[in-house]
Design a protein around this ligand. Structure first.
Ligand SMILES: Nc1ncnc2c1ncn2[C@@H]1O[C@H](COP(=O)(O)OP(=O)(O)OP(=O)(O)O)[C@@H](O)[C@H]1O
Ligand SMILES: [Mg+2]
Length: 497
């Protein structure tokens, strides 16, 4: 790609960006939220036209009027936001752009067979006939990756493919990337997890505010330097130490089971405490806390106590009223309201409190509260009254997070809170979480990233297939010990290791 320029209105998103990819190479495309990574890839993937600049494929100038054009030219695209059709099966989604036919009918048997073969290679235990709507976000991400792998592309664009995957799945995706690389496929890998970049990429290119600011070989750099290129300053990623001041018990779960996702869960969280809950795909942590939040109905046994009083919420509204807030895991489907503005998406939980009388919203107060968050989290946006969908993925996540951080809850549950958020803003978010805990909020962080749990939590529970298999405190929380428990290891053995 040579001298690519792109603006949205007055917002110059890409300025003279040039980018090269060779066959058999994995290149990281890095940059802060809003730097222009997805926009550049959307131009390569035929989703957006460039204002100027050229694309050369094997030395030939090409232009793509649509995503199908780009795909036909051998470019597979795994999008940042999930792009599956909920009302179709997995195998239909796999072949969505080019459905094979047998006479006048779709060749379902062929599609199923191909999908089954792929899943075997990926070691994924899924029935291809499952409806996509019934899948958890992590599985959907795996399907997206599988679909790109199926297309026999010569270039694969992976725009944050691992945000909701856990360690073993990520390793499997990396193994497949290496195989493709050996077959001569060129891969562009976008990720905010710099450890992943160091592990799997050969080269890197960094965008800052739409300009190419650095590129080189991964073997000649480290995560600190990469972060500094992205942000334009040093990023401190040392473990934050804090003294925990425990207040009253806020949440207590006693033998909670729903018979399907989680079993016999006993835990408590005090005011001022940050509890991590982690595990692998299918560990049930999201379902467990969605149940606590009243989002899964009342079909469970055992008890939920909030500040010593037994509760059984039948709706999330009741939970909110009682002081429980929950940041959902899947942003696109559960957390943003697409046809509302950035400002309204960022402050909607506060609306009841901001309403002076039943008719009017106190706009000044709403704006002041939101402006503070925009500054702290460095949310990059045009006008705050623009639609939320005009923001980059990471900036949408920051807006959603701002909303829950402002909601003044007693118990704050954050499910995968920093998905797609850049390194600098992650640190800010961890600081805000610590500050809220110091103000006496009880906080539960659900995360698949061991590093995140270690950095932000006081202690963590590890779940395995819906059962709690261990608890680690302070220094006991290491990537090794968390992974050991998460893969079904025994706690006493883990301590001995
Ligand atoms: N459809 C659009 N309309 C208006 N502005 C847009 C649109 N798409 C992107 N932008 C703007 O372009 C800029 C770059 O966005 P882009 O999605 O490329 O960022 P990114 O580097 O992928 O960030 P992230 O890491 O958060 O995904 C942002 O300021 C964003 O608000
Ligand atoms: Mg992006």
């Amino acid at each position: 790609m040579e001298k690519i320029n792109k603006s949205f209105g007055a917002n110059n998103v890409l300025t003279d960006v040039s980018f090269r990819l060779e066959a058999g190479e994995i290149c990281a495309l890095l940059g802060e939220n809003g730097a222009g990574k997805s926009t550049l890839m959307n131009i390569l993937g035929g989703v957006l036209p460039a204002d100027s600049g050229t694309i050369l494929l094997n030395g030939q100038a090409v232009s793509f009027a649509s995503p199908v054009d780009s795909l036909d030219a051998g470019i597979g695209f795994i999008h940042q936001e999930l792009n599956l059709i909920n009302d179709l099966t997995i195998y239909e989604n796999m072949f969505i752009t080019h459905m094979p036919k047998k006479g006048a009918f779709l060749d379902a048997a062929y599609m199923k067979k191909k999908t089954t073969e792929l899943f075997e290679r990926m070691k994924i235990d899924l029935d291809p006939s499952t409806m996509v709507r019934d899948l958890d976000a992590s599985y959907k991400q795996i399907i997206e990756i599988g679909r790109a792998l199926m297309q026999e592309a010569s270039i694969i664009i992976m725009d944050e493919p691992t945000t909701s995957l856990t360690e073993p799945e990520i390793k499997r995706v990396f193994a497949m990337m290496r195989t493709l690389k050996q077959q001569g496929v060129g891969i562009i890998f976008i990720s905010h997890k710099l450890g992943e970049v160091m592990e799997v990429c050969d080269k890197y290119t960094v965008l800052r505010d739409g300009h190419m600011v650095a590129s080189g070989f991964v073997s000649e750099t480290d995560t600190r330097q990469l972060a500094a290129h992205m942000v334009g300053r040093e990023v401190n990623t040392d473990i934050l130490s804090r003294t925990v001041q425990l207040g009253e018990e806020i949440l207590c779960l006693d033998n909670l089971s729903d018979g399907k996702h989680f079993y016999d869960i006993c835990l408590n969280v005090h005011a001022g405490e940050i509890l991590g809950v982690t595990g692998l795909l299918g560990d049930g942590r999201s379902e467990l806390f969605q149940t606590v939040f009243g989002a899964m109905g009342k079909k469970y046994i055992g008890s939920v106590k909030l500040m010593g009083k037994e509760v059984k919420f039948s709706s999330t509204h009741q939970a909110l009223e009682a002081g429980v807030a929950y940041l959902p895991r899947n942003r696109k489907e559960n957390a943003i309201i697409k046809d509302m503005s950035i400002l309204d998406n960022g402050s909607i939980v506060e609306l009841p409190k901001l309403t002076k009388n039943k008719l009017f919203i106190d706009f000044n107060k709403q704006e002041a509260l939101f402006a503070k968050q925009v500054e702290e989290l460095r949310i990059k946006m045009g006008d705050r009254l623009d639609l939320i969908t005009s923001l980059s993925g990471g900036n949408q996540q920051k807006v959603v997070l701002a909303k829950w951080l402002m909601s003044n809850p007693k118990l704050l549950i954050l499910d995968n809170p920093t998905q797609g958020v850049d390194v600098g803003a992650k640190e800010e978010i961890y600081n805000i979480i610590h500050r809220l805990a110091e103000e006496g909020v009880a906080i539960v962080v659900l995360s698949s990233e061991a590093q995140e749990v270690i950095r932000v939590c006081d202690r963590t529970l590890v779940l395995f297939h819906g059962r709690q298999v261990g608890e680690l405190k302070g220094d006991e929380m290491t990537e090794h010990s968390i992974m050991y428990l998460a893969t079904g290891g025994n706690q006493n053995e883990s301590v001995r290791n």
